[in-house]
Ligand binder design. Sequence first.
Ligand code: FAD
Length: 223
Amino acid sequence: MKKHKVKILETFPVTHDVKCFRTEKPSGYDFSPGQATEVFLDHPDWNEEGRPFTFTNLPDEEYLEFIIKAYPEHDGVTKQIHRLDAGDHFLVSEVFGAINYQGEGLFIAGGAGITPFISIFRMIATEGDFGSTRLIFGNKTQADIILHDELKEMLGDDLTNVLSDESADGFRSGFITREMIVDHLKKSHSKVYLCGPPKMMEQVMGHLEELEVSEDSIVKEEM
Ligand SMILES: Cc1cc2nc3c(=O)[nH]c(=O)nc-3n(C[C@H](O)[C@H](O)[C@H](O)COP(=O)(O)OP(=O)(O)OC[C@H]3O[C@@H](n4cnc5c(N)ncnc54)[C@H](O)[C@@H]3O)c2cc1C
């Protein structure tokens, strides 16, 4: 597996535990919106520990962008990555990914599971029309929502935010329910796109099964 060492060009905070990293892009390196790569720290103690992260920018841009949530209570790769800044390096490997855009649909994301959809939505915003596309986005609190303002600007009223640990005006409370999916799933949707942590994926897959949404119309990736 070929690894490319890339310099971090800039970093900035996205939420209290999520940081954006823009890096150099190796020549000839190509990806499609929704795809990911394995990232390795440039350190002998960590160089076998690759972790998957999604590209959040557009393929024709001259840099790579990652939006990375850290788990500071755990001394893992994400905690180390968050210590990096402009001028530092990490390594990226081959491009892979189960998610790719296959037409208008219902997107359902939990937490950092929004990352593959960011690149896809940015592509749709640049190239075309969101049409009947909708997003249901589950988070614990408002402070955890990644790129809320950008998503709101792109999707307007077709964005439904669901907060499990907080009540707030304009936000649904609790978990993503079967009823929410019924409300937002349209006949014009060719796919349901689903990405999030294992527990949320399991719950939503249960709802989709009850609603008899066929497996082959679900595009999904667990994070
Ligand atoms: C294809 C793919 C693409 C991904 N893209 C992104 C992305 O763009 N941005 C991003 O932030 N994450 C993304 N992830 C998730 C990311 O890979 C993990 O968060 C990361 O591997 C954690 O590495 P670690 O070494 O810090 O923790 P690990 O040692 O791998 O994990 C140990 C512990 O950390 C905690 N933890 C780690 N990950 C999670 C999680 N997702 N949810 C809850 N607790 C967790 C848990 O307590 C877990 O037991 C992606 C995952 C996949 C499969």
